[in-house]
Ligand binder design. Structure first.
Ligand code: FAD
Length: 305
């Protein structure tokens, strides 16, 4: 119930104004968000890659409803990728892109064109793009865009959300040679008709999907902080005789940082998803919805002031 309420609040203008303007918010947000500017993003990326981690940078700002804003968001990604390449970080840092930030909600062709610009800039910087997955109603169109982009940019990453009932089917379709696939549980509100709503069911679906991806020919990107699922992933890599460089773990910036470093020290590839930018509200609310402890941390910082 609380999760649903927070996810609804993530879309509410009123709740947004209250949270954004509260004086205590800044410190808590900084735990999950690298900063507001490209300089902040590059500084954090340099630090993480220096420690042997990989990075995926996400420019915050989703649900864009006008063309100018969509173009500006794509241009920002192009600038970021130029700076990433110039800083020599392209080999260890990619970008994550939400199609809703570059026009998907009002013009799918525009979103595809903008995504192409971002992919071209990524190629020049020597890196890749992963297309984030958003609400369940956008899954088919997002996978369609990924499919189109892969004609010219085969290394574009796709995302499967294990909470969707069709997740295993999507994994089977995507587990082909060269196909980079991020598997996550899913962070948006979704009805029982299309998604598992029970946590245990979602976890079981994640395991089934992982089995398909790890046994397949693609490049699985296992995005979870869940210790049990990380253990299963390790077992599946042994079972499928996968070398460390044939798959990666992914975690969010600020969540289980010690575990990120422990896995990397054991030789695993670990990518940290690093969001930055001014429009942190929706991302932040999804993090609170995921875990009561994140919400407690937020409330404690409120009381502590
Ligand atoms: P949870 O069920 O949230 O947590 C499972 C267990 O993990 C907990 O019981 C706890 O043991 C541990 N844990 C979790 N959080 C913490 C914490 N803060 N501190 C300590 N332990 C913790 N979602 C999408 O819908 N689309 C996307 O494109 C997308 N991309 C993502 C990319 C990355 C790299 C990651 C990591 C997540 C992404 N997500 C995306 C979000 C994802 O769907 C989940 O909402 C989020 O990762 C939480 O799920 P979890 O697997 O960590 O499991």
């Amino acid at each position: 119930m609380l999760r649903q309420a927070l996810l609804v609040a993530s879309r509410s203008g009123g709740a947004r104004r209250v949270v954004e303007t509260a004086p205590f918010t800044g410190d808590v947000v900084r735990r999950f968000v690298a900063g507001e500017t490209i300089d902040d993003a590059l500084r954090v990326t340099g630090g993480l890659t220096g420690e042997g981690l990989l990075v995926s940078l996400d420019v915050l700002g989703e649900d864009t409803h006008d063309e100018g804003r969509a173009e500006a968001n794509a241009a920002h990604y192009v600038e970021l990728l130029g700076r990433l390449g110039a800083a020599g970080l392209g080999r260890r840092a990619e970008v994550s892109l939400k199609l809703s930030a570059i026009g998907r909600t009002f013009d799918e062709d525009l979103a595809l064109e903008n995504a192409r610009r971002v992919c071209a800039a990524a190629r020049s910087a020597g890196t890749t793009v992963t297309i984030d997955m958003e609400e369940h109603t956008a899954v088919d169109s997002t996978l369609g865009v990924v499919h189109e982009l892969r004609r010219d940019y085969p290394d574009v990453g796709a995302v499967v959300q294990a909470y969707l009932r069709r997740a295993e089917e999507h994994c089977a379709e995507l587990a082909y040679e060269g196909s980079r696939v991020r598997l996550c549980k899913g962070a948006y509100a979704a009805p029982a008709a299309v998604a598992f709503t029970d946590k245990e069911e979602v976890d079981r679906s994640y395991v089934r999907c992982m089995k398909v991806l790890m046994a397949g020919k693609g490049y699985p990107m296992l995005a979870t902080h869940d210790p049990r699922l990380i253990e299963v992933a390790g077992a599946l890599s042994v079972l499928n005789e996968r070398d460390d460089d044939t798959f990666e773990y992914q975690m969010l910036y600020g969540i289980r940082p010690q575990e990120q470093r422990r896995l990397a020290a054991e030789g695993a590839q670990v990518r940290v998803y690093v969001p930055y930018g001014r429009e942190w509200y929706q991302y932040f609310m999804r993090r609170l919805a995921e875990r009561p402890a994140n919400l407690r941390f937020f409330m404690r910082s409120l009381v502590g002031r």
